[in-house]
Design a protein around this ligand. Structure first.
Ligand SMILES: Nc1nc2c(c(=O)[nH]1)N[C@H]1C(S)=C(S)[C@@H](COP(=O)(O)OP(=O)(O)OC[C@H]3O[C@@H](n4cnc5c(=O)[nH]c(N)nc54)[C@H](O)[C@@H]3O)O[C@H]1N2
Ligand SMILES: Nc1nc2c(c(=O)[nH]1)N[C@H]1C(S)=C(S)[C@@H](COP(=O)(O)OP(=O)(O)OC[C@H]3O[C@@H](n4cnc5c(=O)[nH]c(N)nc54)[C@H](O)[C@@H]3O)O[C@H]1N2
Ligand code: SF4
Ligand SMILES: [Mo]
Length: 681
């Protein structure tokens, strides 16, 4: 018997990017815990990843390449050798390219594995060289990132390790208790030292129950609330004018604008937050230091997501919160860890003129479009769009096309893979070497293989490298090892990465970026055009404050004959759709449910625990209803991206969500959805 405890990295799309201790017995992962030595993980991990062995050694893992034998969507496959799979792909790609051009081939991927080499490395090189259509990877956080960048120049904010010093933490549209547990642990520490925790959300979920003060708000109106807070802060002179003069642009314009356009009564009417609560929150925010705003994804999955985050990101400048250790704001800190992306992705391999680009939020339309050339081949990896993409009925109609050649590389026969012509077995991240950064904390982590590849599984890195060889791509870009590529990624002029080497990562497992205190960054100058914090930016005209006013009032593009706002967010025990097939994690989630206000239920004759129909112009699903007071009237919430086969195909919540793009960055508008609900007859 052999028993080893290895250092590892959590590969999931989660801000915490935990450092793990994995026990491996006779080549099998048997337990996973948090690394007690990692300064942020500090021995704690979520329940999901403690169940990682059940995922890695799941009896349904795909262990060989598979060729489809039944109809698309049915999920019938037979095992084939890798060489046959490669030959088939090469044959199809060549014939598509000959007839329609390489732009008729579309890669579709996201961050099922956050590893740099496996999510944005060899795959990108391959598709660039192929000349395939490009994919704009917009499904997660681009809208808010664009909004935040308009103010701050980059995705940089407060170091989470400093936030234990905060005396006020505003958790805004983030479900920390489920999605960022180590920020919650810092908040608990801060609370012990007297901090107040405020949660602003459309749903009193785990985070709302944990917070000291939960403020329910109407969906998509957070920007207006922020403007109302600014109104009070300016009116009562709770702003730091020295800071504003020194480090910001446009504050006089902003002051004038909020004073005239956003009186508290109007803000209360739009947001549903009572006037006295707006004033109380403004006082708390204006008088407490250090104060931190944790900006979540709930804000940016709306039509107005960019502008909402942009507006909220003005607040810390008004009170000078950036001056205090642990104060400021945090939306994403990915800007600090920026690696050498051109070395990783090799855009120099792209043909000229550049191939067309599809926005991943509009995959359904891309597959159904008749604009030439049609998409004739689709290559999906690190993602499960038949569940996670907006308007999945369109996506599935596209996947159903007989003339579409679809390859899916995954660990499982997901709902997407069921439509594939070829399913290729992917390794788990624990079978690979890769480099990880976090979009929240400031550490880089190195993963070395601690398990052998299961069955005939191959990593994305190996798959695309070998596919390149089969396509006859002879460039150096396809001859490298994982270690070479990590070294290339680390060679950058990013000042925060200076001094970090492969050898040091190999020796210690993780390293902290060299990020100075925020005031220093401010003094050096931000990446905005003015180098300052831009309130009313020079790149986005001030007129979009007007569009904020209009857009925040309603989801103006949704059909108003559907009276209820539908917010389908993620759940506690899955990671997007990942883990949705792990029984020990399905059990605590019970079943897909809809949270509804008692007034909305009563007028519809709906009782607690009824099964209800939820529908709009795009589709219909059925859910178990939970009637109560955890949402405002007019709002319904469901959590979790459940797999189809678990509850007879009626719960894919994204049947109802729109492909519409947000105001900035082309982001997804999952939460700007309207529906009607009725009891099932
Ligand atoms: N357990 C678990 N953890 C995860 C994930 C998971 O699926 N499960 N997913 C990971 C990924 S990819 C991401 S991007 C992050 C996302 O994590 P978060 O940033 O927490 O984002 P969400 O959970 O999408 O939404 C956060 C909250 O926004 C609320 N919300 C929706 N609309 C509005 C609104 O208009 N105003 C306000 N104030 N609140 C609103 C929702 O009710 C929800 O509580 O989590 C990561 N971590
Ligand atoms: N209704 C609604 N929809 C949403 C959201 C929401 O809040 N509400 N959140 C959105 C957000 S923020 C995000 S980020 C997206 C995420 O959506 P997806 O990118 O689809 O993420 P997952 O559903 O976790 O699927 C990831 C897949 O990658 C596979 N995978 C893991 N590791 C590897 C690997 O190394 N190689 C390969 N080839 N495959 C691997 C996993 O097995 C899994 O099937 O979902 C979005 N969809
Ligand atoms: S999912 Fe998040 S909290 Fe859980 S182990 Fe991974 S990084 Fe840590
Ligand atoms: Mo995400």
């Amino acid at each position: 018997m052999s028993l080893h405890i290895h250092r590892a990295v959590c590969p999931l799309d989660c801000p915490d990017a935990c450092s793990l201790k994995v026990t491996v017995r006779d080549g099998k992962m048997i337990s996973v815990t948090g690394d007690p030595d990692h300064p942020v993980t500090r021995g704690a991990i979520c329940n999901k990843v403690r169940h990682m062995p059940q995922r890695v050694h799941h009896p349904h893992r795909v262990l060989t390449p598979l060729r489809r034998t039944g109809a698309k969507g049915q999920g019938h496959f037979q095992s084939i050798p890798w060489e046959d799979a490669y030959d088939e792909i090469v044959h199809h790609f060549h014939s598509v390219i000959k007839k329609y051009g390489a732009e008729a081939i579309l890669p579709y991927s996201f961050y099922g594995n956050m590893g740099k080499l496996n999510a944005e490395g060899m795959d990108r090189r391959f598709f660039h060289r192929l000349g395939a259509a490009r994919l704009d990877r917009t499904i997660c956080s681009v809208a808010g990132s664009a909004g935040y960048k308009a103010t701050m120049g980059d995705s940089i904010g407060t170091d989470p390790e400093d936030t234990v010093n905060a005396k006020l933490m505003v958790v805004w549209g983030a479900n920390l208790a489920s999605t960022n547990m180590h920020q919650l642990l810092y908040a608990n520490q801060a609370r012990k030292n007297g901090a107040t925790i405020v949660h602003i959300d459309v749903h009193r979920n785990r985070t709302g129950h944990w917070a000291d003060w939960f403020i329910p708000i109407r969906p998509g109106t957070d920007g207006v609330l922020a403007l109302g807070l600014m109104h009070v802060l300016f009116a009562e002179n709770l702003v730091q004018r020295d800071f504003l003069r020194q480090y910001t642009t446009g504050f006089e314009e902003l002051e004038h604008f909020v004073q005239s356009a956003y009186p508290v009564a109007k803000v209360a009417a739009i947001t549903g937050v009572p006037e006295q609560d707006i004033v109380r929150l403004a006082h708390l925010y204006g008088t407490t230091h250090p104060s931190l705003i944790r900006i979540g994804n709930g804000l940016q999955h709306h039509d107005n997501g960019g502008m909402t985050v942009r507006t909220i990101s003005w607040l810390p400048a008004l009170t000078g919160a950036w001056l205090h250790k642990g104060g400021g704001a945090m939306k994403g800190n990915g800007g600090y860890a920026r690696l050498n992306h051109s070395a990783l992705e090799r855009p120099d391999l792209l043909p000229h003129p550049l191939p067309r680009t599809f926005n991943m939020n509009q995959l359904g339309s891309a597959l159904l479009s008749s604009t030439p050339p049609p998409v004739k081949a689709l290559f999906v990896y690190n993602s499960n769009p038949a569940i996670s993409a907006p308007d999945v009925n369109k996506v599935r109609s596209g996947l159903q096309r007989e003339d579409l050649f679809t390859v899916v590389h995954d660990l499982f026969i997901t709902d997407t893979a069921r439509y594939a012509d070829l399913v290729l077995p992917a390794t788990s991240s624990f079978e690979n070497r890769d480099l990880y950064s976090s979009y929240w904390h400031l550490y880089l982590n190195l993963q070395e293989p601690i398990l052998p590849p299961q069955g005939e599984a191959k990593s994305n890195f190996t798959l695309f490298k070998e596919l390149a060889a089969h396509m006859g791509f002879a460039e150096d870009a396809f001859q490298v090892t994982e270690e070479d590529m990590i070294r290339e990624a680390l060679l950058t002029n990013n000042p925060y990465l200076q001094g970090i080497t492969y050898e040091m990562l190999e020796e210690r497992g993780w390293l902290k970026l060299q990020v100075p205190p925020f005031l220093e960054i401010l003094k050096q100058g931000l990446l905005t055009p003015s180098g300052k914090i831009e309130l009313f930016s020079s790149t986005l005209q001030s007129s979009d404050a007007k569009s904020q006013q209009v857009k925040s009032n309603e989801a103006e593009s949704e059909d108003e004959s559907f009276p209820l706002w539908f917010v389908p967010s993620v759940n506690h025990h899955f990671l997007n759709s990942t883990f949705g097939n792990v029984e020990s994690l399905q059990v605590p989630e019970q079943q897909p449910a809809l949270t509804m206000h008692v007034d909305d239920a009563t007028v519809r004759g709906i009782h607690n625990h009824d099964i209800v129909r939820v529908w709009n112009q795009r589709g219909e699903i059925q859910l178990l209803v939970q009637v109560g007071q955890d949402v405002l009237p007019g709002v319904v919430v469901t959590q979790g991206l459940w797999w189809d086969d678990k509850f007879s195909g009626m719960q894919a919540v994204n049947q109802l969500t729109p492909q519409r793009l947000s105001d900035m960055g082309g982001g997804a508008a999952f939460f700007s959805t309207r529906v009607e609900v009725a009891p099932c007859s």
